[in-house]
Write a protein that binds this ligand. Structure first.
Ligand SMILES: Cc1ncc(COP(=O)(O)O)c(C=O)c1O
Length: 400
């Protein structure tokens, strides 16, 4: 057999398998495993959404579709966004994508090239950093401050200091994966002003928007969004997904909300990346967004219960530093003395058969932490905690 023809692009050669994937590869398929390492719940997509997909498929909705998405789906997403944030979002600003990941990739293709950089608030979902590198850009990590109570805070001066003449965008996920940090409206105002002044994009990853746990007190149905404070032509792109709130991770469906003047460019990128999203799946998304409010409320409440249980039990352990989760569906806890979270994730897997993600996978500020996804039943989480507690209570030296 002949060798492959020539070297690959250096950015591609340099890509590494994330620490989450490494632990996953080690443990996937094990019997009696409690997998809390990836970012999804333990429930399949609800039947009313699946039924809409199969009805559409049977009705012949199996052809190429509009590249920005079915007009009725764009209108439904715009109405949902307008209702959630009390704004007037035009359907033309919404483009349906094959997942949030695909949306992020296309946005980066549009705005980042070799020599450019993107300021990314970290710890963050590792795919974002890899996507920037694939586009040829440099990741400028802006670490959240780790607070003594286990929470996180954005240092606006640090973010401003990371920006130079080659910065094309700021990327912020709020509610954050893995931290559960939720950006305040005040912080969003300051960052938007920075983007306006410097002429750079704000890429706002809002896939966990519905997962906030102070909803009853704050009267909000979603975390503060850049869409609430930005004018349509501000340099803001909001990334969203059907994956989390409607339990549709395997469907690979999401959407972008962009300035009207960016829509045509995005249309070309959609054409050359995917040529649009699966036709019949768009009908399922239409049902999800139109009829799924009760389901979303129950899902968020289930995650709140899971997060509270994990917080109560982990915060009782002297070596563990954890704040009560504010958003998303992860406990990102600091373990005293931990300096090799990947090694520890492997040890946890071997000794307890529980899958956790290592903090180091999430970039600067992540080492020393472990991530546990609590979008599961309290019964399953209790079982996992029963297994984890003895190991997390031992002094770390004896675990090295
Ligand atoms: C912050 C963040 N953005 C985007 C995604 C990806 O969403 P999708 O499944 O739509 O690609 C994830 C998935 O875990 C995530 O954590």
């Amino acid at each position: 057999m002949s060798a492959l023809p020539g070297p690959l692009r250096p950015e591609i050669e340099a890509l590494e398998t994330s620490g989450i994937q490494q632990v996953f590869d080690l443990g996937f398929g094990r019997e009696d495993l409690i997998a809390l390492w990836v970012g999804e719940g333990d429930q399949p997509t609800p039947a009313f959404i699946c039924d809409a997909a199969s009805a559409a498929m049977k009705a012949g909705k199996t052809f190429y579709s509009y590249k920005h998405g079915l007009p009725e789906l764009r209108a439904a997403i715009a109405a949902y966004t307008s209702d959630l944030y009390g704004i007037d979002c035009a359907p033309e600003r919404v483009s349906v994508t094959c997942s949030a990941m695909n949306g992020i990739m296309m946005v980066l293709q549009a705005v980042v090239g070799p020599g450019d950089n993107v300021a990314v608030v970290t710890p963050v979902w590792p795919n974002v950093m890899s996507a920037i590198r694939i586009a040829g850009g440099e990741v400028r990590a802006v670490q959240l401050d780790s607070l003594p109570d286990g929470g996180f805070k954005l240092d606006l001066e640090r973010l401003t200091g990371a920006i130079d003449e080659n910065t094309r965008a700021i990327f912020i996920a709020s509610p954050g994966n893995p931290t559960g940090w939720v950006m305040s409206a005040g912080e969003q105002h300051a960052v938007l002003e920075l983007c306006r002044e410097r002429g750079i994009w704000m890429i706002a990853d809002e896939v966990y928007a519905r997962f906030i746990f102070d909803g009853p007190e704050s009267g909000r149905k979603a975390a503060p969004s850049f869409l609430e404070i930005a004018a349509p032509e501000d340099p803001v792109i909001a990334v969203n997904s059907f994956s989390k709130a409607w339990a549709m991770t395997g469907w690979r469906m999401g959407w972008l909300t962009t300035p009207p003047s960016f829509v045509q460019t995005l249309g070309r990128l959609i054409e050359f990346n995917t040529s649009g999203t699966p036709h019949f799946q768009q009908y399922a998304c239409l049902t999800a967004i139109g009829d799924g409010e009760d389901y979303v409320r129950e899902t968020v409440e289930r995650s709140r219960r899971g997060g509270e249980l994990v917080f109560q039990r982990l915060s009782a352990l002297p070596q563990v530093h954890i704040a009560r989760p504010k958003g998303a569906f992860y406990a990102f806890f600091r373990l005293e003395g931990l300096s090799d979270s990947l090694g520890f994730a492997k040890q946890v897997l071997e000794e307890t058969n529980v899958g956790l993600a290592p903090g180091s996978a999430f970039g600067p500020g992540g080492e020393g932490h472990m991530r546990l996804c609590f979008a599961s039943s309290t019964q399953k989480l209790s079982q996992a905690l029963d297994r984890l507690e003895p190991l997390l209570s031992k002094p770390l030296r004896s675990q090295a």
